[in-house]
Design a protein around this ligand. Structure first.
Ligand code: FE2
Length: 385
């Protein structure tokens, strides 16, 4: 594992080596293309506690597609579905199933961001475009990243509307309580065999990111399967994109299973931060969110030793964490608590991670083995191991 260089989780210091020519202010929204946005919105509200926020569709004069925007603290997700067979959104759904199409990034200047990235080799998805309504204007532009996934740069400093021009505020009578999800900690992409370094270079050259952690197939391996991963970050540390590729093992890598079912590279998981993982996970479980199986007893027996090695004291009750199946990892700076959902659609593709950082800035490397063995048990049930 390479060393973390000059990292400040207070987000103000710049990662050594990162060239922040964009610069990125944060994640603006994540847009999913789905087969039935109305029902998906119900799921994310009921199960995850997202709040009704904005809407675009037939009622607002949009005849091509319907989009529901949901919000929880700083996280905004957009669920979009086509309204006719001719929409190109259909092609995306036919090929990939429900999945992430857009990882939108909040910028100061969307025109400059597009010029900086396309001049460095990015393929354009959307030229800088001004969208207006009575609340002001938003400039958006976009580039392709892995697979058919895109980054859209959003410049909203001259906009006072609820979300984007064309959207109206969505008031609903059905408003389940939030579950404590705060912001996006990181978002992981799965790419094809031997493509990880190409995408690492893309984020370095085109976006000015830096590779600050690497895991090889010796570190991320179980008896049966393996993968490799490199974590990319922008300069201020607000955007972190780990990139995974499959590695050879005795059986099929979980990354390969994803690539088979998504039919290409795409977003593998969205990690959302909470500052009270016990309450969050208890609520999510109560509302029907399905998590990977709870690790065996030996896993929790080893936890105190792992924390002691780094001189950290666990503030949470270990029995409670065990009861909820929450994983614990530690490094020099602190520890972290995390748990992974099962895929949130029938194809074994996108899933969520819930994470609470107690000083640690890693990604739970110490949990990889327990986690992957749990994923392999699911793969075996699906007949895809
Ligand atoms: Fe993660």
């Amino acid at each position: 594992m390479s060393e973390i260089k000059n990292v400040d989780y207070g987000l103000e210091k710049i990662f050594e080596g990162a060239k922040d020519f964009l610069p990125l202010l944060g994640t603006d929204y994540i847009e999913f293309y789905v087969g039935n946005a109305k029902q998906a919105a119900y799921y994310y509200k009921s199960a995850f506690g997202f709040q009704s926020y904005a809407y675009k569709g037939l009622e607002t004069g949009c005849r091509e597609s319907a989009s529901y925007v949901l919000k929880q603290d700083k996280i905004r997700i957009v669920l979009t579905t086509p309204l006719n067979s001719k929409s190109s959104i259909n092609d995306h759904i036919v090929k990939h199933g429900d999945g992430v199409k857009v990882i939108a990034l909040w910028v100061e200047d969307a025109t400059k961001s597009w010029k900086e990235t396309t001049s460095r080799g990015a393929k354009s998805y959307m030229k800088p475009t001004i969208e207006k309504d009575q609340y002001g204007e938003v400039v958006r532009s976009g580039i392709y990243t892995y697979g058919e996934t895109v980054h859209i740069f959003v410049e909203r400093k001259n906009y006072k509307g609820v979300f984007l021009p064309g959207f109206e505020k969505w008031d609903s009578d059905f408003n389940p309580e939030p579950t404590g999800l705060k912001f996006i900690d990181h978002m992981v992409g799965n790419v094809g065999w031997n493509e990880m370094n190409m995408w690492v270079k893309f984020y370095e050259d085109v976006m000015g990111f830096v590779n600050f952690l690497s895991f090889d197939d010796k570190q991320i391996t179980t008896e049966y399967s393996a993968l490799m991963s490199k974590v990319m970050s922008n300069g201020n540390g607000r955007i972190k994109f780990p990139i995974n590729e499959p590695a050879e093992g005795k059986k099929k890598s979980q990354i390969e299973e994803y690539l088979d079912f998504y039919e290409g590279p795409g977003a593998q998981h969205i990690a959302v931060a909470t500052d009270d993982i016990i309450t969050t996970v208890a609520k999510l479980r109560e509302r029907g969110v399905e998590f990977l199986s709870i690790p065996p007893e030996e896993y929790y027996e080893a936890v105190p030793l792992r924390l002691e090695e780094h001189n950290h004291e666990l503030k949470e009750d270990i029995e409670t964490l065990k009861g909820l199946g929450i994983l614990i990892d530690a490094d020099e700076e602190g520890y972290l608590l995390q748990i992974f959902t099962k895929p949130v659609e029938d194809r074994p593709t996108l899933f969520f991670e819930i994470i609470q950082r107690m000083g640690a800035r890693g990604f739970g490397a110490g949990n990889f083995k327990a986690l992957f063995e749990s994923i392999e048990r699911e793969q075996a049930k699906r007949g895809t191991l």
